[in-house]
Design a protein around this ligand. Structure first.
Ligand SMILES: Nc1ncnc2c1ncn2[C@@H]1O[C@H](COP(=O)(O)OP(=O)(O)O)[C@@H](O)[C@H]1O
Ligand SMILES: [Mg+2]
Length: 259
């Protein structure tokens, strides 16, 4: 993916990126700012057309957005003027689904994300964590094959974030959906990826790939316990150093105050 800028220069946002996802896989994508994570997700979503290369879902080439690929954005992408129930039912309404059928789906999803008691509330009355649960339910209501998430938990406080990580794992396991989750957090990438791709910048590319046991562990166990696993700590340090090196390459070595 190359962006041509108005001043005649261009940015190589992604270069030679190749990924093959199996149905039902949970992939997390990690990398420093500007390495092309959002660009990659937007191409998969069909919001951006790549300069070269293609996205294939099943046997179909992607040429734009479609209901089989659902997106969960960072906080703030809900319909503020609609209730929780209306937000979750938005996709089914657009499809012209009969009301009783829609109500059933919405009710089920509100149970799943634990918001049954809040269904008539307005979005602005909810906490950030609750809003992101609405966003997840709204995405699932379209029954997409693939769920794309761009730092969906990035704006949440630490405790809420941890709870939401558990919910994402639960939904992934229960629905069997394919999930691509972009995150800035090394811990989150380790917890929410059976596969983890670390990207590097300039040009944006895949730097390393891991297969990890932690998502599967987290389905059954407390995430705190998973984080105590020796291999978790070891992978966290390895990847943190990797990202630090990349950041240093971009910003120059960190300066110690007074030197
Ligand atoms: N629409 C655009 N026009 C020009 N450059 C862009 C555009 N979108 C992204 N970029 C550039 O592409 C690179 C990757 O951006 P992005 O995908 O947002 O990175 P990330 O999400 O990893 O922080 C950056 O250098 C960014 O400035
Ligand atoms: Mg981004």
């Amino acid at each position: 993916m190359r962006f041509d800028l108005p001043n005649g220069s261009s940015v190589q946002a992604l270069k030679d990126v190749s990924l093959d996802l199996k149905q039902g896989e949970l992939l997390s994508v990690l990398g420093p700012s500007g390495c092309g994570k959002t660009t990659l997700l937007n191409i998969v979503a069909g919001f951006l057309a790549p300069t070269s290369g293609q996205i294939i879902l099943g046997s179909q080439a992607v040429h734009g957005p479609g209901p089989e690929r659902g997106m969960v954005f960072q906080q703030g992408a809900l319909f503020e003027w609609m209730s929780v129930r209306e937000n979750v039912g938005f996709g089914p309404s657009m499809k012209g689904m009969p009301k009783p059928e829609k109500a059933e789906i919405v009710n089920h999803l509100l149970d799943v994300v634990g918001l049954q008691d809040f269904k008539e509330k307005a979005v602005y009355e909810l906490s950030g964590g609750m809003q992101q649960r609405v966003a997840l339910a709204r995405c699932l209501a379209n029954d997409p094959e693939v769920i794309l998430m761009d730092e969906p938990l990035g704006a949440l406080d630490a405790l809420t974030r941890e709870k939401m990580q558990g919910l994402v794992l639960k939904l992934w396991k229960e629905t069997g959906k394919t999930v691509i989750l972009i995150t800035h957090s090394v811990e989150e990438a380790l917890l929410l990826g059976e596969r983890l791709v670390v990207m590097a910048p300039r040009p944006g590319r895949i730097h390393r790939e891991y297969r990890l046991p932690f998502a599967e562990m987290g389905v059954a166990a407390d995430l705190r316990e998973v984080k105590k696993h020796p291999e978790f700590g070891q992978k966290r340090e390895e990847i943190l150093s990797m990202i630090w090196e990349m950041e240093e390459e971009i910003m120059g070595p960190a300066q110690t105050p007074g030197t």
